[in-house]
Design a protein around this ligand. Structure first.
Ligand code: B1M
Length: 212
């Protein structure tokens, strides 16, 4: 078993303190925060997703795994942010209205902050009007939306419509992400970009910034 599998197993079994301690120890051994996220944390959560889908586990197990994931994030996040010196641009991000899934969105936030973007994280269950208000008040370059439920994907369209009504759509680029969305959907709803994961989100946003 690789060391990263040990971390994945700590996440799967919901051992939040041990998972955070594992991350701390490996960081001091010189393992990069990116490797900890991509090779340990995400595979752990992916396995939880598979087990839940196959009805091998129930909601409490999912929630304790999510808590372990958050404990690890708290450890690696400050190190990702250390890469940043000056802001490369500003992003308002949230999980759309009706949707409480925030683990993937939080990973995207960490990656963007680590890459040097100023991020205004509105959390989850974010109404279209709240995206508009934050985009306007902070004069951001990018509005980024996450959705994990097929039933909340239409909220992305509603948010784009709200940006248009507020005459902000021409002033910002819109990026979407999350398991039920795709590049094709981004084109259909009039978003400017789609990213399948946190690392690609950084690439997509830097491309969008060039045309902004
Ligand atoms: Co829920 N859930 N959940 N859930 N949950 C899913 C999403 C589901 C696929 C499980 C399943 O049935 N197989 C399913 C959705 C089905 C669908 O609509 N297609 C589902 C359901 C149905 C529900 C409830 C309705 C269950 C119920 O109550 N009956 C309910 C809804 C609550 C609500 O939101 N209103 C619910 C609740 C929950 C919990 C609260 C228990 C918990 C969320 C805890 C939290 O987030 N704080 C939870 C979890 C954990 C999951 C699974 C197991 C894992 C999601 C996750 O965190 N993945 C999930 C099953 C699965 O995904 N296999 C499931 C790990 C994370 C790193 O990946 O979020 O995909 P992900 O993020 C990735 C990319 O998608 C991307 O980058 C991330 C990093 O690589 N990405 C972006 C995400 N956002 C991005 C934004 C970007 C760019 C990239 O730019 C803006």
């Amino acid at each position: 078993m690789t060391a990263f599998e040990d971390l994945a197993n700590l996440i799967i079994s919901g051992q939040h303190s041990a998972a955070a301690q594992w991350a701390n120890t490996e960081l001091s051994n010189g393992v990069s925060p990116e490797d900890i996220i991509e090779k340990g944390m995400i595979p752990g959560m992916d396995e939880i997703g598979r087990r839940w889908k196959d009805q091998e586990i129930h909601m409490p197990e999912v929630l304790i795994a999510a808590r372990a994931m958050k404990s690890c994030m708290a450890v690696v996040k400050p190190l990702l942010a250390n890469f940043a010196d000056t802001s490369r641009g500003s992003v308002v991000i949230g999980t759309v209205k009706g949707d409480l899934h925030d683990i993937g969105k939080n990973l995207v936030v960490m990656m963007l902050e680590g890459a040097g973007y100023t991020v205004y994280d509105l959390g989850n269950d974010v109404a279209p009007e709240a995206f508009v208000k934050a985009a306007e008040e902070n004069a951001v370059d990018i509005v980024a939306m996450s959705a994990l439920l097929t039933t909340t994907v239409p909220m992305m369209t509603e948010t784009i419509e709200a940006l248009k009504r507020a005459e902000l759509r021409e002033k910002v680029k819109v990026m979407i992400g999350g398991a039920p969305v795709s590049d094709e959907l981004a084109k259909q709803i009039g978003a400017d970009g789609y990213a399948p994961d946190g690392a690609s989100a950084v690439d997509v946003i830097s491309t969008l910034m060039k045309s902004h």
